[in-house]
Design a protein around this ligand. Structure first.
Ligand code: FNR
Length: 381
């Protein structure tokens, strides 16, 4: 199957699985432990129905919305993902350019494989930054100053990764930084010549932003172990106050899973939240995000921006979240499958699929704008 024939995100996933070596595909596709939470993220969409409407004037429709005071073309955001350079050469830049072309925000990850300067050059004005709180507060402050100086207006603190989930596929596959080659991996990679050629030409991707900020990056371990080495596992709600004072822009807390978290986030003075379980890559056994959304929406009561991610693969999934009260949906794997399938064009293809599906779902639910979609979903009986 070719990129232009791909009709769904699942089609792009299949192309990605053929183009990437197994260990790289599994890093994207996999989750932690038994992967029960990742499965639940998907199946839980069945617990909600969109209300079908008929005989409504749908001739003028608009899928734009506003996030943190900025107009965005779709209620979607390309969420933060690490190691993007392993899926396509300069993957971070491909994602950023695709987001710019579609006029939606792109979130740069702390685990980016490019430095700040090239990313800023590629990205549009809607560039946001994701922070893994570093062990060294001085380094964290220096990083934040550079990020703010580079014109990023929104910061997402990822709160669900103090301890990095154990991703069994990576352990089994020996997916380490830098890549370590065995006969089996070489054989597998030889069957993916395009990827192999890209990586040969450019060299093994590294956590370049980390290297810029921290100076050196421990190597020879799985990606999770490398991240664990730098992430501050003692950072608490109390420390969030410090971050609030250290960051002058919009502050978003990622990893909110309950009404209690939403209330505490409001109290801490953050401007938005991402209802997220990290795509099932962190606490295996945690509940789905779409099921947590209604109580979070109720607790927030319009007082801050609500983003959500984890398991969104169809425009109708996105329509359900908007109907239940989210402002926009962040994408993790969907745009990465697109990236692996065809670089920037693949990411744009993924966004095109989701945009078309979303517009169709919104219309058939009887809404001509994103705002009108609110309230048009309910729990299935
Ligand atoms: C992630 N995610 C993530 N989150 C984050 O805050 N910082 C990061 O560096 C990463 N890295 C990362 C790598 C890969 C390969 C994946 C798949 C995910 C989590 C991401 O932002 C998001 O929460 C989930 O991916 C959402 O679930 P879906 O859309 O992938 O189902």
């Amino acid at each position: 199957q070719t990129l232009d024939r791909a009709a769904s995100i699942e089609d792009l996933r299949l192309i990605a699985s053929r183009k990437l070596p197994r260990m790289v595909f599994d890093y994207i596709d996999g989750a932690s432990g038994s992967e029960a939470t990742a499965r639940r993220n998907r199946s839980a969409f069945d617990a909600f129905h969109l209300r079908q409407e008929i005989l409504v004037d749908l001739s003028r429709r608009n899928v734009e919305t506003t996030l943190f005071g900025e107009r965005v073309a779709l209620p979607m955001v390309i969420g933060p993902t690490g190691m993007n350079g392993a899926y396509w050469v300069q993957g971070d830049l491909c994602l950023a350019r695709a987001a710019k072309a579609e006029s939606i925000p792109f979130v740069m990850s702390t685990a980016a494989t490019v430095g700040l300067a090239p990313l800023v050059e590629a990205a549009g004005p809607l560039r946001w930054f994701q922070l893994y709180m570093l062990r060294d507060r001085g380094l964290a402050r220096a990083l934040l100053e550079r990020v703010h100086g580079a014109g990023f207006k929104v910061l997402q603190l990822t709160g669900d990764t103090a301890v990095v989930g154990r991703r069994n596929r990576d352990v089994r596959n020996g997916f380490t930084l830098p890549f370590r080659w065995s006969m089996r991996k070489l054989f597998d990679t030889a069957r993916r010549p395009r990827w192999a050629w890209q990586m040969l030409r450019e060299g093994s991707p590294t956590l370049r932003l980390f290297a810029e900020v921290v100076g050196d990056v421990p190597t020879g371990a799985t990606i999770s172990e490398v991240m664990q080495h730098q992430i501050n596992d003692a950072f608490t709600w109390h420390d969030l106050e410090w971050l609030r004072s250290a960051w002058p822009g919009q502050l978003v807390l990622k990893g909110v899973a309950s009404r209690e978290h939403a209330r505490m986030a409001l109290e801490a003075g953050v401007n938005g939240i991402v209802v997220s379980n990290h795509g099932g890559r962190q606490l295996d056994g945690a509940g789905s995000t779409i099921e947590a959304l209604p109580e979070v929406v109720e607790a927030v009561a319009g007082r801050m921006t609500i983003l959500i991610d984890s398991g969104f693969r169809h425009g109708a999934d996105i329509a359900k979240a908007i109907a239940l009260g989210a402002d926009a949906v962040q994408l993790g794997r969907p745009t990465l499958y697109g990236l692996a399938a065809g670089g920037e064009a693949g990411v744009r293809h993924a966004l095109g699929i989701l945009a078309t599906e979303f517009d169709c779902a919104m219309a058939l639910a009887g809404a001509t704008t994103v705002a009108e979609l609110r309230g048009r979903a309910s729990a299935a009986m």
